[in-house]
Design a protein around this ligand. Structure first.
Ligand code: NAD
Ligand code: ZN
Length: 353
């Protein structure tokens, strides 16, 4: 088993080779084919989230233990199964649902392990897919990818599912409504792919990187550069002066969340998704007088991921741009993501180990 591991927060990932694990009971060992690189892996490598000013929320205080193999967007081929496994077979290619919980709490029992308060997510609390092997604790976390290719399917486990979960929270929207999406990186690109399937509302993308906005403009979206001196008035030229019905913030720092809040029309909803970090200060009477909602959104459930994979495969929609890298380049892939050099999603190839 060859893996790229986080050994110390704030430091480069390290190559490690060891014996393949043996799957027991309901466990399944997969050969990793593709593993997406998420901006959350960067926050994990840093070891903290910013929470306003100089303050930090440390991932070690949230239960993350090192050494750890990151990677939560994994498609693999089943190599070995434990003695109690009955629903999957050796040789099958599957997407791993990574947002695993304790299995016994109310959220886990109601089909929402992503909301478990004792999370065991793969690539965050347990070893993930920056490797040529991944040990999945139970066969029930393995999903069909239909006719999707592994390098394209893997990022539905996080980027696709998170975009889908956030979009569902913004619905229903009428054709005359406007939806603002801040951030046209991995999550934003998946949202751009899914949003036409879910609503006819006007969709306005904001990002600092104008080349990403150009791509979105080419396929029919409204765009406003975040660097514009007055992005709010540019958005309102498109939405109308009352503002927009919903904002999905895939950046979610102090500046973007405050801008998002200011764009909402009465009864509007701000959905915070990104972990870039910061704080939101709001005038509380505005919240009540304008009947606004501020809410967060975290990944999605196994049921939603199944629903999403079926939808994407049936609709044969425009693929999100994907760049494939060698597993050994995981650390430089993270550096490229950090410096904004990636359009769409970077995917590591487990076979290149
Ligand atoms: P990414 O690096 O692929 O994309 C980030 C995008 O935001 C880039 O296009 C960048 O130009 C843009 N951006 C950065 N600062 C901006 C600003 N101030 N104004 C406008 N645009 C700005 O990242 P990603 O993988 O899409 O992830 C986005 C964020 O969402 C990360 O913080 C990640 O950790 C988080 N995330 C949250 C969840 C969840 O469930 N809540 C799931 C996955 C990722
Ligand atoms: Zn992610």
């Amino acid at each position: 088993m060859k893996s790229v591991r986080l050994v110390e927060f704030g430091s480069s990932l390290q190559w490690e080779e060891k014996q393949d694990p043996e799957p027991k009971d309901s466990e399944v060992l997969l050969e990793v084919i593709s593993c997406g690189v998420c901006h959350s892996d960067l926050h994990l490598r840093d070891g903290y989230y910013k929470i306003g000013g100089e303050e930090k929320l440390f991932v070690k205080d949230r239960g993350v233990k090192l050494p750890l193999t990151p990677g939560h967007e994994v498609v693999g081929r089943i190599l070995k199964i434990g003695s109690k496994v009955s629903s999957v077979s050796v040789g099958e290619t599957k997407l791993v649902y990574p947002w695993i919980g304790c299995g016994t709490c109310e959220e886990c029992e109601s089909g929402n392990p992503q909301l478990c308060s004792a999370p065991k997510s793969l690539g965050i609390y347990q070893d993930g897919g920056y490797s040529d092997r991944i040990l999945v604790p139970d066969e029930k976390w393995l999903l069909d990818i239909y006719d999707l290719s592994p390098e394209y399917a893997c990022s539905y486990a996080c980027a696709g599912l998170t975009a889908y979960g956030a979009l569902k929270k913004a619905l229903p929207l009428k054709k005359s409504d406007s939806l603002v999406i801040i951030g046209a990186g991995g999550l934003g690109m998946f949202a751009s792919q899914l949003v036409p399937l879910l609503t006819e509302a006007k969709v306005i993308f904001l990002d600092l990187d104008e080349s990403r906005l150009e791509k979105l403009k080419e396929i029919g979206f409204y765009t406003v550069p975040s660097s514009h001196p007055d992005p709010a008035s540019e958005v309102k030229k498109i939405s109308g002066p009352l503002g927009v019905s919903a904002v999905i913030d895939f950046v979610n720092n102090s500046a973007t969340s405050s801008l998002g809040f200011s764009l909402l029309k009465k009864n509007g909803t701000l959905i915070g998704v990104g972990l870039f970090g910061g704080e939101l200060k709001i005038p509380t009477p505005i919240l009540s007088l304008r009947s606004l909602t501020i809410r967060g959104s975290y990944t999605g459930s196994p049921g939603e991921l199944k629903e999403l994979l079926r939808l994407v495969s049936e609709k044969k929609i425009r693929p999100v741009p994907v760049q494939i890298r060698n597993l050994r380049e995981a650390d430089s892939a993270l550096n490229d993501l950090s410096s904004g050099k990636v359009l769409g999603r970077l995917v590591l190839s487990g076979k290149s180990a």
